[in-house]
Design a protein around this ligand. Structure first.
Ligand code: FE2
Ligand code: FE2
Length: 304
């Protein structure tokens, strides 16, 4: 073996070792905010009527539908991320998965409490729960772990985008009882804090961006709108409510009007299709800092 050949073998060995070490130490988490665990105190007794949004039964039922889907929906988010827990090599991302799970579990609990109050004023949120149980059972039986995680990543982008909307349109959000208004704003803070956890887990444990974008299109344009229409209709039908044209128009304005939710969120929703997308390309950390201060009186426990 010549001296040159020996040297090139040595160089190759060193390069391989360096690459392997770099791969092992490469951070997987790209979070920008600490994911804080808070215990909240809300008293939902200020919900006195099933119509609590802009005197519109349809818009009110839409928000109740969203709230009713959270306890089971968020439990599935936690499970789908935890399916990959053993494959995560970054200690920071591992910790974030725990904090993400703690936040989502507390969201589920608070929404359970508010849903109970919605039932007391005339809704049947158990109807939505039944609908969710059937959907999730079918998903767990037929979907691969990768597909379940993709679904969570897609839903997390949707919730983080709606969270951004809620915090930037708090004055015009239109939810009248203070407790429900603040519940959604607190939920929004935490959705932004943990918005990249499921995404980073997917990127590092699965990594197929094409499949992820394709699944997101299915979720954003088919599943989410159909689910929301179905849930709103179930809730209104259970109350025996006959929807008027004025209420339909109000609902359309709420979602697609000038300051409407989906119109305002459109750009951020669509950014998911960028080839190098990452949730923190939308840096809303200053917005979270502002709202953490405003909602601090509701935090029963503020971590040090
Ligand atoms: Fe949540
Ligand atoms: Fe979330």
């Amino acid at each position: 073996m010549t001296g040159d050949h020996k040297r090139s073998l040595m160089e190759n060995y060193l390069l391989r070792t360096m690459n392997a070490n770099t791969a092992l130490t490469l951070p997987q988490s790209q979070s920008r905010l600490p994911i804080e665990r808070r215990i909240m105190r809300f008293d939902y007794k200020d919900i006195e009527s099933p119509v609590f949004h802009s005197d519109n039964a349809v818009v009110s039922a839409y928000w109740v539908g969203l709230s009713s889907s959270f306890p089971l929906g968020e439990a599935e988010f936690i499970k789908s991320v935890r399916l990959f827990e053993d494959q995560i090599t970054d200690a920071r991302l591992k910790d974030e998965v725990q904090d993400f799970a703690a936040q989502e579990a507390h969201h589920g609990l608070q929404h359970k409490l508010v849903n109970k109050r919605f039932d007391e004023v005339g809704y049947k949120t158990s109807h939505i729960e039944k609908f969710m149980v059937e959907k999730l059972d079918e998903r767990v039986r037929n979907w691969s772990p990768e597909k379940r995680l993709m679904h969570t990543v897609a839903a997390e982008h949707f919730t983080a985008t709606m969270a951004h909307y809620a915090l930037t349109h708090a004055d015009t959000l239109g939810i009248e009882p203070d407790s429900v208004h603040n519940l959604f704003l607190w939920h929004a803070i935490e959705e932004i804090e943990h918005k990249s956890v499921a995404f980073d887990v997917y990127l590092n444990c699965v990594g197929n961006r094409f499949k992820l974008r394709r699944h997101y299109a299915f979720f954003a344009f088919i599943e989410f709108p159909l689910n929301m229409i179905a849930m709103t209709r179930f809730l209104l039908k259970d109350r025996g409510h006959k929807t008027t044209w004025a209420e339909r128009k109000g609902m359309w304005q709420h979602l697609f009007g000038k300051q409407g939710l989906f119109r305002a969120c459109w750009g951020q929703y669509m950014s998911f299709f960028k080839k190098d997308f990452h949730p923190w390309q939308h840096d809303d950390s200053a917005l979270v800092a502002e709202w953490k201060e405003k909602l601090a009186p509701y935090f029963a426990h503020q971590p040090q």
